[in-house]
Write a protein that binds this ligand. Structure first.
Ligand SMILES: [Zn+2]
Length: 323
């Protein structure tokens, strides 16, 4: 029976779109769909879109929907994992206390599981990516928000509220800027996309280099990718922004190293593409702030699964969840 049910669907409810992938038993994504993100506020529509994508993907490999082992979802917000309820989503209204697991199971007629997307990033990288074979892993995702997932002693650590590992909301400066979570001086308020763009808008006033040119070409619409490109073209202001991002990441990371003693920290998410520009100051800060013997033990690397990590992690979640 198990042999025939070999496909699992992984869903990554991301900042800009919803990605659905069909994952094989070896963790490879064999098919992908991007579901329209226009109706994200409506859980009913989301469930229908995901259900349809799951059917299409299953059909594409010549399998029947009844051969699906299960479906896992990574949601960008706190999730009650035991009950399968999404408490709320960051920046998406209409998702208060949605019993997503139960409603999905009714639609796709197989076992479903739901967790926070950054937890699933960590789980995916740990099982099939850069984190293979490590015992204590911290996963960090850099994008619109800054997410975190903790694998401690080989177990995804969620804490009493299921929301442990909110690295983006660790306070790195108590008198710092306001954060979307209501707190002040969170890591995300320094290295989230909004903070990076704010720095760029400030820098551009003094810039006469590539940052200004690229921004003008883009009609003034700035993105982290554009600031990354400017850095590559030698724009000193853009490089300085990334150096500053690296410093704040390093502060948070030094605290994580001291608190948890991980053997690996894996960084992913769209903003992590600028790795080359923020990692030197990040690693320097970790070495400067954490005790030497601890800082020397931890490896800090980029994720290996790219944009697939949370989808693959969602499949792992289904496999690891026994109900
Ligand atoms: Zn916060």
């Amino acid at each position: 029976m198990m042999g025939r049910r070999r496909w699992t669907v992984g869903v990554d409810f991301g900042g800009t779109n919803v990605k659905v992938g069909l994952v094989g038993p070896d963790g490879h994504v064999v098919g992908r769909r991007v579901v329209s993100s226009g109706q994200r506020e409506d859980p009913t529509r989301f469930i229908e879109d995901v259900g349809k994508a799951a059917e299409e993907l299953t059909r594409a490999v010549g399998a029947r929907p009844s051969q699906l082992l299960g479906l896992g979802v990574g949601a960008p917000g706190p999730v009650d994992v035991e009950r399968g309820v999404v408490r709320s989503l960051v920046n998406v209204p209409g998702w208060e206390a949605v019993p997503l697991r139960r409603r999905l199971e009714r639609r796709v007629r197989c076992r479903c599981a739901v967790d926070n997307d950054a937890n699933l990033f960590a789980l995916g990288e740990w099982r099939f990516g850069a984190g293979r074979g490590f015992r204590h892993l911290v996963g960090m995702t850099l994008g619109t928000g800054v997410g975190g997932g903790l694998i401690l002693n080989g177990i995804l650590h969620r804490g009493t509220t299921w929301a442990a590992g909110e690295i983006g909301h660790m306070v790195v400066h108590p008198a710092g800027p306001r954060c979307g979570c209501g707190g002040r001086g969170c890591l995300e308020a320094y290295v989230g996309t909004a903070a990076i763009l704010r720095m760029a808008r400030r820098a551009i006033r003094q810039s006469t280099g590539p940052l200004r040119t690229l921004a003008a070409q883009a009609g003034g619409r700035m993105t982290p990718a554009l600031i990354h490109q400017a850095a590559r073209r030698g724009d000193a202001a853009a490089q300085q922004i990334w150096a500053e991002v690296g410093c704040w990441l390093g502060v948070a990371m030094a605290n994580l190293v001291k608190l948890l003693g991980p053997d690996l920290i894996v960084i992913g998410g769209g903003v992590a593409r600028a790795w080359r520009w923020f990692s030197p100051s990040m690693l320097r800060t970790v070495r400067g702030q954490a005790q030497r013997f601890m800082a020397e033990e931890v490896r800090v690397v980029q994720g290996r699964l790219g944009d697939d990590a949370a989808m693959v992690g969602a499949a792992v979640l289904v496999w690891d969840t026994n109900r």
